[in-house]
Write a protein that binds this ligand. Sequence first.
Ligand code: GDP
Length: 432
Amino acid sequence: MSAVVVVGAQWGDEGKGKVVDLYAPYADLVVRYAGGANAGHTLVVGGEKLILHLIPSGILHERTRCIVGQGTVIDPGVLLREIEALHARGVPTEERLLVSQRAHVVLPHHKSIDELREKKSNEAIGTTKRGIGPCYEDKVARRGLRMGDLLDGTRLRDKLEANLECWRPVAADLGGTLPTAEDIAAHYSGLGEALREVISDAGAVVRASIRDGEKILLEGAQGTMLDIDNGTYPYVTSSSAVAGGACAGAGIGPTHIGRAIGIAKAYTTRVGGGPFPTELDDETGQQLRDAGAEYGSTTGRPRRCGWLDLVALRHAVTVNGLDEIAITKLDVLTALPALEVCVAYELDGRRLSHPPYERLDAVRPIYETLEGWDEELSGCRSRDDLPTAAQAYLARIEREVGCRVGVVSVGPDREDTADLCDPFGLSAPSTR
Ligand code: GDP
């Protein structure tokens, strides 16, 4: 099996960073395939925290090479700072990190437009204001700048002139102004020079790696419910976050992907606007937020918290074709007297087992109550070590969504993990 996709199975922040970091030693190459610096993957190693926004979470394993693929959008300043932060920690990136020349560049005016829109709009999406949406807009409007453009000063300036022409009326309408092409070009060609060694034909490298029989982990960003096509549109991100997006975002064909693993928290969180059927606007919600440290790693915003939504997870299992789910943050549920899980929605008197394409804000979650547990879980290294009620909770997830649970994460640190196994190896067949 050449490639395994790791995809968020909820609304993002599921703990993909931790799981990719655990799987990375089994892989030769880790490729990030979507999103931009709006993602924040948090790794905790030996109690020390590292947040990566763009660079794949495999970078801490020196034997593993990493690629930021063509499906991502890159803020070159953020990328450089991330590289410098890794060097400062003694993590080498030379000859281990490449960035696709085809990935689109997040420009300063993408960020200003994003911010101005969020300020002005009555129905703000709740973006991270990192310019991701406007950058993807440029990409599909075929007027974007790509990382390769940063390496040619004249081309960069010409493309910037044309690009800025399109945004000036938008900025004026929002009450803002834009920098000049000269100013941006001067700054960005400097960034391009600093990144010259890493900007390359990354898709060709991934394909060569497949040809050579290497093992590739395809790392998603955000989550299925934020996917542009399969999520809660329009409260979604601008890219293909689902497993299918990994092919286009890494530059490979679907026949090379052998397995899809979804990451899901033992409960649900969402950042930003949009419907969230199982949201808890009460003490229990606050308890989950505190116990799970549910504050955004990119923005510091408190995350909205709620019970596990098995309807959303069922959707993720089907649209991603998941073979396995890794459950994270099971420890956060410890000490809750009883646990609710949403097994279906009710809409206009009808019971739904999959999310409707709209009016998600009008559904009523149908809950079933499961037993809680009081035991501390962080020392559990296999499912058998877990309290009976926690084992029953996992079994219930498997039964409801029709997919087996593999890895179970019981704390933020690498060690706090049960049933870790080789994602490329054979495991029990899916119950799907
Ligand atoms: P990602 O973007 O999907 O990688 O998720 P984030 O990094 O934004 O958020 C996940 C957060 O949960 C990070 O702070 C992790 O350190 C933390 N985390 C991951 N797994 C666990 C776990 O099993 N238990 C607890 N308590 N925290 C975890």
